[in-house]
Design a binder for this molecule. Structure first.
Ligand code: BGC
Length: 378
């Protein structure tokens, strides 16, 4: 009896000590994986953490294949979470600024939500005025992907989009790999196949702020874009079809320039875009070769990011539609222009612009796309 009491006492004491001991945080960003534990559309949603040997860390969820946090060091080794986002799945379902999301089937806009392919007219969901944006009402940002963590660096996503989903033809199978490499790269590899001719333009929509998420502005960051030309738009942000030089205009980032330096210039594309929200045509000698597309530098923290891709273009979106109403993961409302997206892609509205590189994918072909965000300090 005595031994029984003693054992019970010891077990209770152990249980007590265990419950009082502070729990090791699941990740450096302080994102609670439990807050992502939810069944959506009959599928389990969760959060996984990727790390590399230098202490960089990224959390991702399979709801929209979203990057939830990305911790990178500054020049003194101080870590900060440099992407906008939420700390729970309910907020991701409620707000739609596409924070950290996979975008598909079509990144950016398709005019009037329609296009003609092989003589047939396809009608898409109109979710941006009269236009179609980022794949429609329930784009790839709002579906639950199959997710498999392969190792500490790597997570694989798969999504099968049904024939007719959001108006697009063909059953489309998409595979994506996110990797946090020991070279401090966040690397995305896309692959897709279809069973009917279709159009496709996948991209990634992390909102970066190299000062750390929740800080005031990105207009003091220094941006370089390896593009001599861009595609101007109308007031609905639909390309006019022209491809024009950036030289001599406030669109020119071929030499590193502070983002805010010319943002209020009296220049029509900037006025129509409400700031920077433009597709830059990358200087690429051969199609499908990797180029340095852009760099971003924060002189204050020393954080430096490079974007590399084999896609023909990059959308530079300067957070013009952030309006200080959406409260992010650290309890701070995200201010106007407090993050930027650099989305490697084909040009917006290509299905209606025969002079733009084709976004058609046919059965038997494989769509591929690589995008690398590489981090360093200077
Ligand atoms: C587009 C913006 C759009 C934003 C939505 C960007 O990729 O270029 O026009 O408002 O996504 O978050």
């Amino acid at each position: 009896m005595k031994t029984l009491f003693k054992t019970a006492f010891i077990l209770t004491a152990i249980a007590l000590i265990h419950s009082c001991a502070p729990k090791a945080p699941a990740n450096k960003a302080g994102i609670d994986p439990q807050a992502f534990n939810k069944v959506i559309d009959g599928k389990q949603v969760s959060l996984v953490t990727l790390t590399n040997k230098n202490g960089l860390e990224m959390t991702v969820t399979n709801y929209g294949a979203k990057v939830v946090s990305l911790m990178v060091p500054d020049k003194n080794g101080e870590m900060a979470d440099i992407v906008l986002g939420f700390n729970n799945i309910d907020d991701y379902q409620k707000f739609k600024p596409y924070f950290g999301a996979a975008i598909g089937r079509y990144g950016n806009r398709i005019a009037n939500g329609e296009f003609t392919l092989n003589g047939e007219v396809y009608h898409l969901a109109k979710n941006d005025g009269n236009n179609h944006l980022h794949g429609g009402i329930k784009g790839f940002n709002a579906v639950v992907w199959d997710m498999k963590k392969v190792d500490d660096h790597t997570v694989k996503f798969t999504y099968v989009s049904k024939d007719g989903e959001e108006g697009y033809p063909g059953e489309l199978t998409v595979h994506m790999t996110y990797q946090l490499t020991d070279d401090n790269e966040f690397k995305i590899n896309y692959e897709a196949t279809t069973d009917k001719p279709t159009v496709l333009n996948l991209t990634h929509h992390s909102y970066f702020n190299l000062h750390g998420e929740g800080t005031e502005t990105i207009n003091d960051l220094v941006l370089y874009i390896n593009a001599d030309n861009f595609t101007p738009t109308d007031s609905g942000l639909i390309p006019t079809g022209e491809i024009i030089p950036v030289a001599g205009t406030p669109m020119d980032f071929t030499t590193p320039t502070e983002i805010g330096q010319r943002i209020d210039a009296d220049y029509e594309p900037l006025i129509l875009g409400h700031g920077y929200d433009h597709n830059y045509v990358l200087n690429q000698e051969e199609p499908k070769t990797m180029v340095l597309a852009a760099t971003v530098y924060d002189p204050a923290s020393g954080r430096y990011m490079e974007v590399h891709t084999d896609e023909p273009a990059i959308q530079f979106y300067g957070g013009n539609f952030l309006d200080g109403t959406v409260v992010g993961k650290s309890g701070i409302a995200y201010p106007y222009r407090s993050a930027l997206c650099l989305e490697t892609q084909h040009y917006p509205d290509s299905p209606n612009k025969p002079n733009f590189p084709s976004t058609v994918l046919n059965p038997g072909e494989t769509y591929t796309h690589t995008c690398i965000y590489k981090f360093d300090v200077k």
